[in-house]
Design a protein around this ligand. Structure first.
Ligand SMILES: Cc1cc2nc3c(=O)[nH]c(=O)nc-3n(C[C@H](O)[C@H](O)[C@H](O)COP(=O)(O)OP(=O)(O)OC[C@H]3O[C@@H](n4cnc5c(N)ncnc54)[C@H](O)[C@@H]3O)c2cc1C
Length: 393
């Protein structure tokens, strides 16, 4: 058995399972008994152990109750926090623990970082289709601020955020074609301006000046937010991964890719979550397990909790979207990010628990498809389509 030890902090976070996705940051926190809030790091040493026999490891940890699927040669490692899912959410949570505490972090993914929605993301950080006062407004504003600070920090380190993140302050246009659309857009501008963002309404003539390649007809128009920006999701992930890996040498960070989480390790006496079993590893979590598996979070949580008495319905369900990238696009130029006004309805689509076990469903009056178009810093045209209602099928 090989082992190494390191100093870990007295930075207390409560122990349990946290489930993150981008719709609701903290979806579920599972606690199994009253000792949850009281439990802190037991000792100051972090041990990494490698055993050639999974059984031997388990004998030493007689408390573990869920061992199905255990690989006979499972290695055992210990971290303060184990994060399941290495999309933008999992990786940024890891980053925050690494720079904001002394905790050690493991990131586990069934594949690799851009294999989920993050790899398909268009990368716009836009407020143009958000509604001031809605439940996600504050979160969106905070997120936008944090991305801005992130880009600034890269600049302060002497690097160019355009190259490192594909950062581009293009401004965004929410575009409509009909008289009804323009009424809606005027209201949007009003609300965004009241909320302190410098929004402008553009008539079809004004719009032509901003986007000569765009034809919306005489009745059309747009809401314009000059300060909105976009980034390249893949570049951003590479940047965050690189920064996280700087903590590897001090033993505070490890990645377990192509390692699907298959079960939770739970204490036989208290039921408390103590770690994650992946295909080949036992990953003990001294402080917390974070589930950040994007649209798989709901089904994964159900799967991971299937043998427990906890009735858990995490309201996350996949929603269809596609991204088309046309490389080195020269036919016309877009000066700003464009979004169809119908996207607002997609944002507003509400989640309601379904009567069946199949999870939550999205409610849309009629099936609809909405498009957004941007040009990235490499001159590629990026088209995203969002589908709602039966258009999802
Ligand atoms: C076409 C499209 C365009 C989009 N455009 C934008 C945009 O412009 N702006 C914006 O803000 N958002 C956009 N989004 C949404 C955005 O991409 C997602 O909200 C975001 O990437 C979600 O990140 P995540 O980390 O939660 O999920 P993901 O990136 O999906 O990561 C989840 C990870 O969990 C892993 N996983 C799943 N099951 C397991 C398991 N059992 N064990 C271990 N790992 C597991 C997966 O392999 C995956 O890597 C877009 C999405 C799409 C599809």
């Amino acid at each position: 058995m090989a082992s190494t030890s390191m100093r870990t902090p007295s930075n207390p976070i409560t122990k349990g399972v946290f489930c993150y996705n981008t719709r609701k940051h903290l979806l579920a926190r599972l606690i199994s008994n009253s000792s949850f809030f009281g439990r802190k790091l037991v000792d100051n040493s972090l041990s990494y152990s490698t055993s050639t026999s999974g059984k031997k490891t388990l004998r030493n940890r007689s408390e573990l109750v869920r061992v199905s699927g255990l690989n006979a040669t499972s290695e055992s490692h210990s971290f303060d926090v184990v994060i399941v899912g290495a999309g933008v959410i999992g990786l940024t949570i890891a980053r925050q623990f690494l720079i904001g505490s002394n905790l050690s972090v493991a990131v586990v993914d069934a594949a690799v970082p851009c294999s989920g929605a993050t790899g398909a993301g268009q990368g716009y950080i836009w407020m143009i289709h958000k509604t001031p006062g809605s439940d996600k407004w504050e979160l969106a504003m905070r997120s936008r601020k944090l991305w801005e600070m992130f880009a600034e920090s890269i600049q302060h380190q002497g690097m160019n955020p355009v190259e490192i993140l594909g950062w581009k302050k293009t401004g965004s246009l929410l575009v409509g074609r009909t008289a009804d659309d323009t009424v809606k857009l005027s209201r949007t501008v009003e609300k965004l301006s009241e909320a302190g963002l410098g929004a402008k309404f553009l008539s079809s003539n004004d719009l032509l000046v901003e986007e000569p390649a765009l034809m919306v007809g005489k009745e059309g128009g747009a809401a314009f937010l000059p300060d909105d920006f976009q980034l390249n999701a893949r570049l951003m992930v590479a940047c965050i991964e690189k920064a996280n890996r700087q903590f590897t040498s001090e033993g505070r960070y490890a990645e377990f890719y192509y390692e699907p989480a298959i079960s939770l390790l739970r204490s036989g006496s208290t039921g408390e979550v103590e770690g994650v079993q992946t295909l080949n590893y036992i990953l003990n979590a001294k402080k917390a397990v974070v589930i950040a598996a994007g649209c798989w979070s709901g089904s994964l949580m159900q799967d991971l909790m299937r043998d427990s008495n906890t009735d858990l319905a995490v309201p996350v369900k996949p929603r269809k979207g596609h991204l088309l990238v046309i490389e080195n696009f020269k036919c016309f130029k877009l000066n700003h990010g464009l979004m169809e006004v119908g996207y607002i309805d997609h944002e507003a689509a509400t989640l309601q628990p379904s009567a069946s076990d199949s999870g939550p469903i999205y409610h849309a009056q009629t099936p609809s498809i909405s498009m957004a178009a941007t040009m990235d810093t490499s001159g590629n045209l990026v088209l995203a389509v969002s589908l709602l209602g039966s258009a999802q099928k």
